[in-house]
Design a protein around this ligand. Structure first.
Ligand code: TA6
Length: 297
């Protein structure tokens, strides 16, 4: 029996701060509730789904058409994408049509390594063994949401890994938001394949946007005038950042995403991909960490 089902209804000694429930889909969901924060995560994909600090509206976007099913990725929250990003490609750059998008772990059941409560902050270690790669994601639900994803190559072979924390943010109107912190970094437009120099300006959205930035983006800020808030995305260990909004036509092509939902979200993804993929020799490890906090405009 998967550990998850044995957690449902179990008294972890954390009171109402963290309870495991059976979601309506049948999946095991960890529900966080303290005076500081409401949140949740699924064992499926070790997937943080909700984060709402006290006094704030939800910070993460979760599609109303999200599918909650083992083997499928949840549309929203913070998918963990590895060991590849996007479509899987071979050495020759040919796409493997049989391989799932964004790797192998966001559609698998993870385990809970530990769960603690201190000063109304819930910390939970979500863990998964991908062949010789040990994954541990220490997630802390407090006034801020933080996570530290560590990978350890326990095999005798080197491993080349792309990884991304594919965060979906909830916004008031994507056409009015600005993303600051990437002004000085050039980017690859994934839609045209064209590479562009740094624009010197904040990112704004007026069409489908799918950009990969390679460079230091340790502080990215999502300015949302509609919700009168700034979402600060601080990261360590990440050398790539992906910015995405599907806009109108791509939204219609995604069955697990409402046609009208694109104005309510944008993705800022904390990653190490493409030239910044990680190479781990036997016994070597790596870590990427992310902290999400909210401030008034
Ligand atoms: O966020 C960048 C991206 O690679 C986009 O190209 C889009 O495909 C998105 O991820 C969602 O991918 P998914 O496989 O979750 O539908």
């Amino acid at each position: 029996m998967n550990q998850g089902t044995s957690l449902v209804g179990k008294d972890l000694g954390l009171g109402n701060a963290l309870k495991f429930v059976e979601h309506e889909s049948g999946l095991v969901q960890g529900v966080v509730s303290t005076p500081r924060v409401q949140g949740s995560f699924f064992l499926l994909g070790g997937h943080v789904a909700e984060f709402q600090p006290a006094g704030q509206e939800p910070v993460l976007f979760l599609s109303e058409r999200a599918v909650f099913e083992e083997g499928k990725a949840i549309r929203g929250g913070i998918p963990v994408c590895l060991p590849w990003f996007g479509p899987k490609k071979n050495e020759a750059g040919e796409v493997d049509a049989n391989a799932p998008s964004h790797g192998l772990v966001r559609t698998e059941l993870w385990q809970v390594g530990s769960a603690t409560l201190e000063d109304d902050v819930v910390s939970v270690s979500l863990e998964y063994q991908l062949e010789g790669l040990q994954l541990k994601n220490l997630v802390r639900f407090g006034t801020e949401l933080s996570m530290s994803l560590s990978l350890l190559n326990e095999s005798e072979q080197p491993a080349e890994i792309e990884l991304a924390l594919h965060t979906y943010f909830k916004v008031g109107d994507v056409a009015s938001v600005k993303i600051q912190g990437l002004e000085q970094i050039g980017f690859l437009d994934q839609l045209s394949g064209q590479t562009w120099p740094a624009t010197g300006e904040a990112i704004e959205f007026s069409e489908e946007t799918d950009r990969i930035y390679h460079g230091d983006a340790s502080r990215v800020v999502l300015v949302d005038p509609e919700k009168a808030r700034r979402i600060k995305v601080d990261s360590q260990g990440s050398r790539s950042t992906v910015v995405w909004n599907p806009w109108i036509e791509k939204s219609k092509r995604m069955a697990d995403f409402g046609d009208h939902e694109y104005p309510e979200m944008c993705c800022i993804e904390t990653a190490n991909i493409r030239p910044n993929q990680v190479r781990l020799g036997p016994g070597e490890g790596t870590e990427v960490s992310l902290k999400i906090s909210v401030a008034p405009i």
